[in-house]
Design a protein. Structure first.
Lengths: 221, 229
């Protein structure tokens, strides 16, 4: 547990000092929202209905770019070897990296969500509490898989190309659940999204536990 | 066993073809095109079987590092993707005349295409990999994660029904198989395809083992050449 916290603090400190992921996440998030909105060219009345899809597609692709750096950094100067030789359980490394990714993805969402509301004329304030639940569940599920597979992709030859190939199909049920839950929340609050929220919660639990158990096999040398 | 498989595959395949094209009556509503069903559904079963085999073999490989388990996982993934592709090809051929569209985002279709993508990415990981031993472990992790995803995919695609109007959602299992010949046709096609998949998997595993032996021999020869020089 202390190991996980130390890794979380280290990753956040690195990120805060360079702000490279944050900067790219911010610009990419804005860009994707613009691209997706312009491509749809919705009428002002039809625009709010696009929020769930535009929001989550932007999140997934921005998030992919954001988490990618996390493990590439560990590759430089053999940082990972140092991390593994430290008296820290691989499961704790996973937990720390997962927490750092959740923070990074939350920042991504903090950029993407208000802008999606702004661009697509949707008033998100009244449904904010329900929306936050869905955002958090979607965030944790995506981070759980991303943390495991960035570690895999960073150590193969193909690296940047491989991560989206591995992550996107596995994350599709999460994307479906998140879009449906967001649509239901926007239409009337969390009560209507029960089934979709259950899918998200199940996804989070299954893959956080699976990642936690399997991470040792990925980083072992 | 290995000697026995090829003749068994041939015999069961001929029997399946005879049943599907000669013995089974033509379905009343869908007509002749419905005969593709016997291979379509049987392929889907074999694909699923292959994917679960990947997960099982992957778990064994992570536990004890047995090379045979790793070869089995790889072969089963390839054969699973092959049969999943057959499902995705035969499906639209059947769907077009019956539903009027090549594709619809019906839960089952969506699930099949997601599974296909997951195991195609598994094969990519193995192909693009890099250093050997590590890639085998990564692939095993992905093989396990992929099967864990299946129940969530099954539930999540049901949510899609809400927005996507399914053209017709016909329950294949319940609607078509009134005739005993039809049930026999499906059973024998399934048997034929399972045997075929088994044969392909054993061939593929053997090829992988020989490939590994060749690599080892080459490495040894190069090392000896180095000593001589």
């Amino acid at each position: 547990m202390r190991g996980a916290l130390a890794i979380l603090a280290k990753d956040l400190r690195i990120e805060w000092r360079t702000r490279e992921s944050l900067a790219s996440v911010f610009v990419l998030g804005v860009l994707l929202l613009v691209v997706l909105t312009v491509a749809h060219d919705p009428t002002p009345e039809a625009a709010p209905a696009l929020v769930p899809a535009v929001l989550w597609v932007s999140f997934v692709f921005t998030g992919l770019a954001g988490v990618q750096r996390g493990f590439l950094l560990e590759r430089e100067n053999d940082c990972l070897a140092g991390l593994l030789s430290a008296p820290v359980d691989p499961a704790d490394i996973y937990a720390g990296k997962l927490a750092a990714n959740v923070v990074l993805l939350a920042v991504t969402q903090a950029v993407v969500v208000p802008l999606a509301g702004l661009f697509l004329h949707a008033d998100l304030w009244p449904v904010l509490s329900g929306l936050l639940v869905v955002l958090l569940l979607g965030n944790v599920g995506f981070a759980a898989l991303a943390t495991l597979f960035t570690a895999v992709a960073a150590r193969t030859r193909a690296r940047e190309t491989l991560l989206p190939l591995l992550l996107l199909p596995l994350a599709l049920p999460l994307l479906i659940g998140a879009v449906q839950a967001t649509a239901a929340v926007l239409a009337g609050g969390l009560a209507g999204a029960r089934e979709a929220v259950a899918v998200l919660a199940a996804f989070d639990v299954i893959f956080a536990v699976a990642g936690w158990l399997l991470f040792a096999y990925v980083v072992r040398d | 066993m290995r000697r026995l498989l090829p003749p068994l595959v041939c015999a069961s395949m001929l029997a399946a073809l005879w049943l599907v094209f000669m013995a089974v009556p033509t379905e009343r509503e869908m007509g002749i095109v419905q005969r593709i069903f016997y291979f379509h559904v049987a392929s889907a079963w074999v694909a699923f079987l292959g994917f679960f085999l990947v997960a099982g073999a992957s778990a064994v490989y992570l536990r004890n590092g047995a090379r045979t388990a790793d070869r089995l996982a790889e072969a089963a993934a390839e054969v699973g993707v092959l049969f999943c592709t057959l499902v995705l090809v035969t499906g639209p051929i059947w769907a077009r005349p019956v539903w009027g569209v090549w594709w619809t985002w019906d839960p089952r279709l969506t699930m099949t295409v997601i599974l296909w993508a997951i195991y195609a990415s598994y094969l990519m990981l193995r192909a693009f990999g890099g250093e050997e031993e590590a890639v085998r472990r990564y692939a095993a992790v992905l093989g396990i994660i992929g099967v864990l995803d299946i129940p969530i995919i099954m539930v999540s695609v049901r949510l899609l029904r809400g927005i996507h109007p399914a053209v017709i959602t016909r329950n294949e299992g319940g609607s078509g198989l009134v005739d005993p010949w039809m049930r026999a046709g499906l059973a024998v096609s399934a048997l034929a395809l399972v045997l075929l998949a088994g044969w392909l998997i054993t061939l593929r595993m053997r090829a992988a083992r020989l490939g590994e032996e060749v690599t080892a021999l080459r490495r040894e020869t190069l090392a000896r050449g180095g000593e001589a020089a």
